[in-house]
Design a protein around this ligand. Structure first.
Ligand code: F6R
Ligand code: MG
Ligand code: MG
Length: 362
């Protein structure tokens, strides 16, 4: 047994340029500087999507390592300083705590981590999304690991034919349940079809090896008030008994509707884009997803390959723009606008208070 590698992706929005649209190059420079000076990591890549900085890091310290979480926290703090100097929008917004306390979970940043023995060749995809929520991965993860119309490997690769195990978390009740797929897909879909409430956290092979993991923090729930969307990250290992890279990317060719557009209070299509084109602008969106590919080599991140730069996703972008045009016509009406319980902004209590004496019994 070789030594295990940990891949940690820790992300935060510590200031937008301009508004909530992108990360300023000076912040990117700072994050790279801080991480390059540190000895804890084997390797790192700083990715961005919209206004989010994603620290993609490899090391040998396992998941939930205090050292690595502290390193990420300090990096975001350093970036916050720069954001404050430039008076970027929402400087430090995702750093909810005043001081680091052992683990960044619950402190604002999003975390997706997995520890595994690096295979002979270890292709991985890191998906990073902006203007949406963790449940946005439910549909693509289901397609990748449970839908033979997406992943032909489930049918014709003997190493995948047994299916996968899905760990689903209930974000409201803080509980989890594991489903065996394909045996239990109908049971599982009852839950994961409600992505604002139930999220796929981890996916394992039937022999228990980690295949995918995602961030499941919901900032608004943590802070009890609106503090920015909990733009999520997802890591997927690929090939040799796991879904092929192309099977992992395929669901994003059909942009699905996700929650999180404008003020975290609207549905919109999840548009696959290159890192360069991850600049949510129209109505602060539409929601974006970037897919970065890496080959691991003794923990070194060989890459990235910016997958959605491929012209093969041009039609998906076109469709996402058409869907955006269509759904925008609904303006403040559901289902473009989210339901009352899901909106991150609301004036309802104030308006209700103002009108309370005018409501009459029917
Ligand atoms: C942020 C987001 C944006 C903001 C909107 C209003 O991730 O989704 O749509 O919610 O720009 O921002 P504030 O309230 O900061 O003016
Ligand atoms: Mg923001
Ligand atoms: Mg964001």
């Amino acid at each position: 047994m070789g030594e295990k590698i940990t891949l940690s992706v820790i992300k935060a929005d510590v200031g937008g340029f301009v508004g909530h649209s992108t990360v300023h190059p000076e912040l990117l420079k700072k994050a790279n500087q801080v991480l390059a000076e540190r000895k804890e990591l084997i390797d790192f890549f700083v990715g961005t999507v919209g206004d989010d900085i994603n620290l993609i890091m490899t090391h040998k310290k396992g998941v939930d390592s205090e050292e690595i979480h502290k390193l990420a926290w300090e990096t975001f703090l350093a970036c916050t300083e720069v954001a404050k100097q430039l008076k970027l929008y929402g400087a430090g917004q995702d750093l909810l705590a005043d001081a680091f306390s052992g683990n960044v979970k619950g402190m604002g940043p999003g975390v997706a981590e997995m520890e595994f023995e690096e295979r002979k060749s270890e292709p991985i995809c890191v998906f990073m999304a902006d203007k949406t929520e963790p449940g946005a991965w439910n549909l693509p993860l289901y397609k990748i690991f449970a839908d033979p119309f997406n992943t032909i490997g489930l049918v014709i690769d003997p190493k995948m034919h047994a299916g996968f195990k899905f760990e689903v978390q209930d974000l409201m009740e803080n509980k989890k349940v594991v489903f065996d797929c394909p045996e239990e897909i109908y049971d599982m879909l009852v839950f994961i079809g409600a992505p604002s409430h139930y999220c796929i956290k981890n996916i394992y092979t039937k022999s228990g090896e980690i295949a995918a993991t995602s961030t499941t923090q919901r900032l608004n729930l943590m802070a009890g008030r609106y503090v920015g969307k909990d733009d999520p990250v997802c890591i997927v290992r690929c090939q040799s008994g796991l879904p092929a890279v192309g099977e992992v990317l395929e669901p994003f060719a059909q942009p699905h509707l996700v929650a999180g557009w404008m003020r975290g209070s609207h549905m919109g299509p999840l548009m696959p884009v290159s890192m360069k084109n991850a600049v949510p602008s129209r109505f602060d969106g539409p929601p974006r997803v970037v897919g970065l590919g890496f080959q691991l080599a003794e923990g070194k991140l060989v890459g990235p390959q910016d997958f959605f730069a491929d012209v093969g996703f041009d039609k998906a972008r076109e469709l996402a723009n058409d869907v955006a045009n269509y759904i925008r016509r609904m303006g403040p009406f559901e289902p473009h606008r989210l339901g009352l319980n899901e909106m991150e902004y609301t004036t309802m209590p104030d308006v209700m208070q103002k009108l309370k004496d005018r409501f009459q019994d029917l």
